[in-house]
Design a protein. Sequence first.
Length: 82
Amino acid sequence: MHSSVMCHYYILAERVKQRWESGQRHRGHMEHLRVFDPKASIPPEFLQPLPLNGHVIEVDTTDFETIDYEYLFTQIQRILSD
């Protein structure tokens, strides 16, 4: 597994864990029954957009401070105006 994917998966697993432990996540999601192993392999379909035949804008949310919101909003406006 590529190290940046592992890093991203670790962040994803940590965010899910924090949401569960905060008590604000609906208990029906059952995260407490899942094992979040940052070294586990990620199924390729997990890394792909849903096959909805729509537009895809990739945003790296590893660090929210580095998101280029102006670019993101421009892309959304472009898509909405098509």
